[in-house]
Design a protein around this ligand. Structure first.
Ligand code: DGY
Length: 323
């Protein structure tokens, strides 16, 4: 029986199943755990189930001398020092695949909401400002047939591309590696440089992980390269975008709008983004469907159980720890 510490109650039944075989302790508060509480929780735990808001750096890893597995309830794992975990032979798990559709749906929802000004329309009606149909009311750019640039063409980027096909959009993408020709053909997507993607797209949607290389990939210079009137969608990680630069570019009128699910300093949102009527804000909801959140927990539990049986789960980020 292993001691498993979980930093938040998770949706679904997966943790209950785990608790039938192991000593599962769940941090009881519905708020992010503090550093002190985390260190206390993992001081004798073999497994940590963490959230993307938990900073699992070298200090945290050293606070858990018995840790064998860190299972992160997210596909992104920029909150974990994976090199450090690997150096201590700790397996790191994440939740790829199961949140692809939910995340792509949200990205496309933000794109439509920002272009067609749906939240502004909602606020307009609720404030009692609607006086009747008006030929010039809340006009936005057409979506169908426009060019969508996808920056980061992994699972979620490709799922966004599939949705865009239904809107007859022209697809450009940038990625570390070019996709196999068959997938490019299926998606009708053209591999271009980041510069070409920025200068040619009407909509730019970000789907790359946050790494030292992608931090502030979208900065003052890249925002200036975007087409006048373009729309930026970010459902990846906040720090991929320099928010000060984004606010300036929006205020200058160079970009028409932005649709954001992630922020540089969550849960704090830049006041300039809060103040801008054409910025659509979501509170990091990419994977927030009941089915997806249940499946994310089940995937982590299956991964933990596999590792306990000396099997290698597909969602192991650092397979090099397996000797
Ligand atoms: C993830 O899993 O990395 C997403 O950001 C969750 O919405």
């Amino acid at each position: 029986m292993a001691k498993i510490f979980v930093t938040r109650q998770l949706p679904g039944q997966a943790l209950e199943a785990l608790a039938q075989e192991h000593d599962v302790q769940i941090f009881p508060e519905p708020r992010p755990i503090t550093e002190k509480e985390l260190y206390e929780g993992i001081k004798d735990a073999e497994v940590l189930i963490s959230l993307l808001t938990d900073r699992i750096d070298s200090k945290a890893i050293q606070a858990g001398p018995n840790l064998k597995i860190i299972a992160n309830y997210a596909v992104g794992y920029n909150n974990i020092d994976v090199d450090w975990a690997t150096a201590f032979d700790i397996a790191v798990l994440n939740t790829p695949g199961v949140l692809t559709d939910a995340s792509a749906d949200l990205a496309f929802g933000l794109l439509l909401a920002a272009a067609r000004r749906i939240p502004e329309g909602d606020r307009f009606i609720r404030k009692g400002q609607w006086k009747g149909w008006d030929p010039s009311l809340l006009l936005g750019p057409h979506v169908s047939g426009k060019t969508l640039g996808i920056l980061g063409m992994g699972r979620i980027g490709q799922a966004v591309a599939k949705r865009a096909i239904g809107f007859g959009m022209k697809l450009l993408y940038s990625n570390q590696r070019q996709l196999p020709a068959g997938i490019e053909r299926e998606l009708g997507a053209e591999f271009v440089t980041v510069n070409d993607l920025l200068t040619q797209s009407d909509f730019v949607s970000l789907h790359c992980p946050l790494t030292p290389e992608t931090k502030h990939l979208i900065n003052r210079k890249s925002l200036a390269q975007m087409k006048p009137g373009a729309i930026l969608i970010n459902t990846a990680r906040g720090a991929v975008v320099d928010e000060d630069a984004l606010v300036e570019t929006l205020q200058s009128g160079h970009l028409f709008a932005a649709g954001l699910d992630v922020y540089e300093d969550e849960p704090n949102v830049h006041p300039g983004l809060l103040a801008h009527p054409q910025v659509v804000l979501a509170p990091h909801l990419g994977s927030a469907t009941q089915e997806t959140r249940n499946e994310m927990a089940s995937l982590l539990v299956r991964g933990i159980q596999a590792l306990f049986k000396n099997k290698v789960p597909n969602n192991l980020i650092n397979p090099e720890i397996i000797k």
